[in-house]
Structures are given as C-alpha cells and as structure tokens.
Design a binder for this molecule. Structure first.
Ligand SMILES: [Zn+2]
Length: 414
C-alpha cells in the first residue's frame, strides 16, 4: 500500500477531457451550475464512478455521492469531493481538480483491487461558484443545514429561472435527505488560487484554516451642495469621509498579520461633477484567519467610522450584515502524515477563499490539500497547474484517504 501511486497521465487526460465540456477559446471553461454543460460534466462523472463499481445517490439539492464499498460497510465512509461548475470565464482546475483527483483515487483503488477498511465516497457539490445562482457553496451549505432547502431551490438566475427547475430539467434533483451520508471524514483537494505555494516552492499546502470574513454595507450621509459656491470649511462632503474610510481599510489590514481589507463597490449620489456628494454607499470586506484578530479589525473599523463622522460633521451608518467564522480543519493531520510519507515538500497554509470543505467541517473532521497554480491565477481562463503538481495533490489525497480509513476502522474497533 505504501508504494501505491495514482496514474499521472490518466489524471491529466481526464482533466483535459472534462475541460472540453464548456471549453473556451482561450483554454478556460464556462460551465455554469444547472446548465446543459453542467449536466454533461455530471453525467460523465457518474459514468466514470459507475465503471469502478460505485453506487450513485443524489440529494435534494443535486449533490452527487458515489460510494465505493469497503471491508465493513457499517463504518462511516471517508469522503472527498469538490465542484464541477465554473465561473463564466473560469479555468479547467478550480473545483474540477478536486473532483477528478477523487476519480483518480477511485480508479487507482479499483484497478489494484484494494479493499479499504471503510467505504470511500466521491462527491460533486452543486453550484459552488455562486455565479449563476447565489450564494456560493450553495450545495454544500444546504447539505450541512446552513441554508434552507426550499429557499435555495427557489433562487433564480438573471432570467428568472429557478435552480430547482434547472436541477429537475438536467436530471439531478434527487430525493436523498440532506446531511444523511454516513461519513467519518471529508477531504477536498483544490488548487491554491493564490501565489504562496509557488512563491515558497512547496508542492503541497496543508490547509489548517479557512479564514474568517466580515462584510459591511456602509452609508455616509452628508449634504449635497454647489461645488463652485460652497467654501471648503462649510461642506459636508460624503465622498471625503468615504475616501478616508477606504484608506483606513488598508491601514487596518496592514496593522494586523494576515489582515485583508477591500472596498469593491461604491455608489455616489447625486454622482454629478459639480455637486458635492451628499450620500455615498459602499461595501467593505475584512478578512483574517484568526477570529480574535478579525474582531479587533472590526472594532477598529467601527471606531474609525465614528471618529470620521464627528470630524466631518456627518453621519456614517455601518451595517455589519455577514460574519463567516474562521473554519478549523480538524483532519489536517491526516493530510500532513500522508504528505510526509510521500516525501513532498509542504507548508501549513490557510484558505483565503470559501470551499465546500469549509461547510463540511460543520459535520465531520475535514481537511484540505492545496496544490500550486501558475502565478497564483484563478477564476481566469489562464488558470494552470502542471501534470506533476496535479499528480502530487492526487497522491496526497489517495494516501490521506487510506490513512483516515484505517484510523476510523481502528477507532470503531476500540
Ligand atoms: Zn473552487
């Protein structure tokens, strides 16, 4: 078992074959959730899993589970999976690499007639990208109970088409209850989507945390007046106050290790060249892997907004409407053990983006395996990982799952 390795060429060919479904001219992928192309990618995944003797189940939000029996099928399975949907100008690897690494693990076990102590389960999660339907990670979030099923099935795309209708139309609105799989651990392999592994020349990132996120809607209420007749000291310029807060977002991020701060959306009223802005609405996004640090960043933003309101003599209203607590990946030691056994260079890392594994961590011990991607580019048609980089990630997934299966079997014996 120690010498067992996945087939690098077969994994690569499978990635390229999947990449043709919705393939774009620039070498990327456009495969939105619930479309005919999504159906094609799901169908081929199901066919590949069936060819290796898996039993297929589909739940009420369209997540697919392919189960390979083990020596004791009463034991909880070791699961892996990710998503097959992409951004409109997405790449061939984001999500797909995780799903197809799973398929490659399955094929490796199958062709070597390996009987694992527990069942192994290979999954595809519905609409991870949140591009056609919102929110992102919709399938996994609904599966673990973070979102209400009916609400999510009723979500519509820009043309008013319901997710539930699309899933039914493409044949993937199942009847299996949400959260009902007997799973003892879950692992997701994913490209890093950032530059750190490449920069540090490491083959594998052992993901310890998914970082925390705080989102805000901020409104500055000043007073609109003529830009040519209002002296500077008599103005209540909402834009100036907003600009100070935007700049402070970077200062807050810089003051804290691993801090990130972004303002990516802004509306100015009346948005006219010769009127002092009376009202500015904008978004704010603060992130940190540590909950205590993220709370401090949050408090600093609120305090700064209060100070600015006073200094500028206007109102600043902040609505902190969303908090995503940092996720701890409790099964990352299995990933580390497998990586060290295989002799790959590695480092601990945290996930900057959301992943299906972040929600699965609600239910079972979970781990993530990151692999490098060229120039850290993702959500882009130029997204690229080399065959060797992909193979390293899939080998770690294989041995992580074997490790976890042994561990679960032992725990249930004791
Ligand atoms: Zn992804």
């Amino acid at each position: 078992m120690q010498d067992l390795r996945i087939n690098e060429q077969r994994l690569w060919d499978t990635l390229m074959e999947m990449g043709e479904i919705g393939g774009t001219e620039k070498g990327g992928c456009n495969r939105l959730a619930g479309t005919d192309l999504d159906k094609q990618s799901r169908d081929i995944f199901v066919a590949w899993c069936k060819a290796c003797g898996c039993e297929i189940s589909i739940d009420k939000i369209g997540n697919i589970f392919a189960r390979r029996p083990g020596l004791n099928n009463d034991l909880p399975a070791v699961g892996t999976g990710s998503h097959l949907d992409t951004q409109p100008t997405g790449g061939k690897f984001d999500g797909v690499f995780g799903v197809l690494s799973g398929v490659e693990v399955l094929r490796t076990l199958h062709e070597n007639n390996i009987e694992t102590p527990t069942p192994m389960e290979f999954s595809v999660w519905t609409n991870e990208e949140g591009s056609r339907f919102q929110p992102a990670m919709q399938g996994s979030g609904t599966y673990v109970g973070r979102f209400d099923l009916e609400t999510e099935l009723n979500k519509t795309d820009v043309n008013g088409i319901r997710l539930g209708d699309e899933l039914a139309r493409i044949g993937y609105l199942g009847d299996m209850e949400l959260g009902s799989r007997n799973m003892g651990a879950f692992f997701e392999a994913h490209i890093e989507q950032g530059p750190i592994l490449e920069d540090e020349k490491k083959a594998i990132g052992i993901v310890r945390l998914g970082q925390g996120i705080r989102w805000y809607n901020i409104e500055v209420v000043g007073r609109p007046s003529h830009s040519g007749t209002t002296p500077m000291h008599l103005r209540k310029d909402a834009m100036l106050a907003a600009a100070a807060i935007v700049t402070e977002m970077k200062a807050i991020a810089d003051r804290h290790e691993n801090g990130l701060g972004t303002v990516g959306f802004m509306q100015v009223w009346p948005n006219s060249r010769n009127t002092i802005p009376g009202n500015v609405k904008f978004s704010a996004d603060l992130r940190n892997p540590r909950p205590d640090v993220l709370l401090t960043m949050h408090e600093e933003l609120l305090a700064f907004a209060e100070k600015i309101a006073e200094e500028h003599g206007l109102d600043v209203n902040i609505d902190p409407f969303w908090y995503f607590a940092p996720v701890e990946f409790n099964a990352s030691d299995d990933v580390k053990a497998a990586t060290e056994k295989l002799g790959y260079s590695h480092m601990d890392i945290y996930a900057g983006a959301g992943h299906d594994a972040c929600y699965m961590a609600d239910l079972v011990p979970t781990g993530m395996i990151f692999t490098p991607c060229l120039n850290g580019i993702s959500h882009n048609e130029a997204e690229y990982s080399s065959p060797e980089e992909c193979a390293a990630g899939a080998n770690v997934l294989l041995h992580t799952m074997l490790e976890a299966s042994e561990r679960i079997a032992k725990q249930h014996q004791a």
